[in-house]
Design a protein around this ligand. Structure first.
Ligand code: AMP
Ligand code: MG
Length: 522
């Protein structure tokens, strides 16, 4: 891989764990531990992204090489590199969890390409000092889900880690999918993910919790220097600016999640990136029927902390934890609190603009709040598919009657027989208001429709679609992985040959494990 330019800043500049044994332990006074991936017994490349390869300095030809197979499965270490696992802590489901760290992720190296830096990280490459009681491995099903979803999110315009490669390890992994005492062997897999860095809110929380304030200062300054070089001024001012930047990019990320109907499922502080990118795809899911209370994560089914509608509040809660972690460097609560308050205020106003843009309204008026509130209520009266509803809404023209408009979005109803009486009346009222509102806009029907179709995707990675690809891959057929990968590269385009994927969740998927119910077991 002749253009791969190794440039390790993280390990060169930050404190390393002096202990180099690969044993589970508390790692103090260090941000990472050197550790090599476990060699897989029989790695096999299932899929790789030529675009991501090129982004980091690997050619399409090199993807087919033995070195690529070996390096990105963990079998061979790239020349001049020294893999490492990062040490971080975090709050899980609202509770302080102490040290967590890369329990099954191993950073291979940082590379520099076209003046950008990327960390290449294997997920599922074996035990590290942070594996706690687990095996450091990942199964094929969750690796397919992560691999496909990260790329789908990227093409939707949602900030995210990228996926370079998906490999089978050739080893078996024992998992109890539903945590109900029925463990079974599954195929092991390894994904190589790519991001500017995998630094998390929990990286800072760990240093503060341990009162390692010198390391904290050094680490924050490291982040500013490399990732936010535009931040200048007095140290305290810089730290605040750093926090504000993270709050801003996090807000933008959550707005995108709400726009496309993505539910992360495990918004623990160790799964929050300082770059405002989506990381750690576990039991995530896509809203099918529009239900703000929905979460795909069965581990969270009791309190639904990470439900769709709660994601903005949770992001703010997580930012609170980051603010607490930075506090010892700032020693003043007020400016941090101000940023946290403005997070929700800005979110609400941005969310309004975003939601209106989904319905084709690009200038806001006083009465638009009602339009939004009434629509959110109507969408929940009877199961209504989010993606199909918003996509088909662009077909409505200013001269439509409410009745014609309802016919145009009819396909989004899961139970069309329920759309009678009061429910039908609510929809009629809403469409009458909506069409009236459209008539106050200057945009032509055609222009509005085109704009809306750039905001409302036609194709998303519905939960059952991944499951179909997983079922086939389990049998050794990877063609659906590639079909979905190609489809989701153009989520806003009409792709007539793929119309079958613009369809409501099939009935069989309603309560199937892996489709609407997922656990953290991966
Ligand atoms: P998550 O919420 O899935 O991102 O994981 C939370 C923590 O558990 C992280 O520190 C992971 O590295 C760790 N973890 C999850 N699965 C495994 C596994 N199979 N082996 C070792 N560590 C794991
Ligand atoms: Mg995680």
């Amino acid at each position: 891989m002749k253009n791969l330019k190794i440039n390790n800043r993280f390990t060169a500049e930050l404190p390393a764990d002096p202990d180099q044994t690969n044993e589970v332990r508390q790692v103090k006074n260090a941000l990472f531990s050197y550790v090599n991936p476990t060699k897989p017994s029989n790695p096999k490349l299932i899929h790789a992204s030529a675009e991501v390869a090129e982004l980091v300095g690997i050619t399409a030809d090199e993807i087919q090489s033995e070195l690529f197979l070996n390096a990105f499965s963990g079998k061979e270490i790239l020349p001049d590199t020294r893999p490492y696992a990062m040490c971080y802590a975090g709050h899980q489901f609202g509770n302080w969890a102490g040290q967590l760290g890369d329990g099954r992720a191993i950073n291979l190296t940082e590379v520099e390409h076209n003046n950008d830096f990327f960390t290449l990280q294997l997920k599922g490459a074996g035990k590290t000092p942070y594996s706690r009681t687990a095996d450091g491995l990942a199964v094929l099903r969750s690796s397919i889900r992560e691999y496909l979803c990260a790329e789908a999110m990227h093409y939707l315009g949602v900030p995210t880690t990228r996926s370079l490669s998906l490999m089978l390890s050739g080893d078996e992994v024992l998992r109890d999918i539903l945590y109900n005492g029925n463990p079974a062997y599954e195929k092991g897999a390894i994904v190589c993910r790519v991001a500017p860095s995998f630094i998390r809110f929990g990286s800072f929380e760990m240093l503060t919790a341990r009162n390692e304030l010198k390391n904290l200062k050094e680490f924050v300054e490291y982040n500013i220097k490399h990732y936010f070089p535009e931040i200048k001024g007095q140290p305290k001012e810089q730290y605040l600016q750093f926090f504000k930047t993270v709050a801003d990019t996090t807000r933008e990320m959550i707005l995108h999640w709400q726009r496309v109907g993505f539910v992360h499922g495990v918004m623990n502080t160790d799964n929050m990136s300082i770059h405002g990118i989506t990381i750690d795809y576990g039991p995530y899911g896509w809203l099918e029927n529009y239900d703000p209370n929905w979460t795909p994560n069965t581990t969270d089914s009791q309190y639904r902390r990470y439900r769709f509608g709660n994601q903005p509040q949770i992001a703010q809660w997580n930012l609170y934890q980051l603010a607490n972690a930075l506090y010892p460097l700032i020693n003043e609560a007020e400016p941090l609190e101000k940023i946290l308050e403005s997070f929700i205020n800005n979110f609400e106003s941005d969310h309004k603009t975003m939601f209106l843009s989904k319905i084709g309204i690009f200038t806001s008026t006083e009465t638009d709040n009602k339009l939004i509130v009434d629509l959110e209520a109507a969408l929940q009266l009877s199961e209504t598919d989010m993606t199909i509803f918003f996509r088909n809404l662009s077909k409505i023209i200013k001269s439509d009657s409410a009745k014609t408009a309802i016919e145009k979005i009819q396909d989004s109803f899961y139970l069309p027989e329920e759309i009678t009486g009061d429910i039908l009346d609510s929809w009629k009222k809403w469409f009458a208001l909506y069409i009236q509102r459209l008539n106050q806009e200057d945009l032509s029907d055609k222009d509005r429709s085109e704009k809306m179709n750039q905001i409302n995707p036609k194709y998303v990675l519905r939960n059952y679609m991944s499951q179909l690809a997983i079922d086939e891959a389990d049998k050794g057929d990877y063609s659906l992985i590639n079909e979905l990968y190609v489809l989701l590269q153009k989520p806003y385009d009409e792709q007539p040959e793929s119309e079958k994927w613009f369809a409501k969740r099939p009935e069989w998927a309603r309560s199937k494990v892996g489709c609407s119910m997922l656990s953290c077991s991966s």
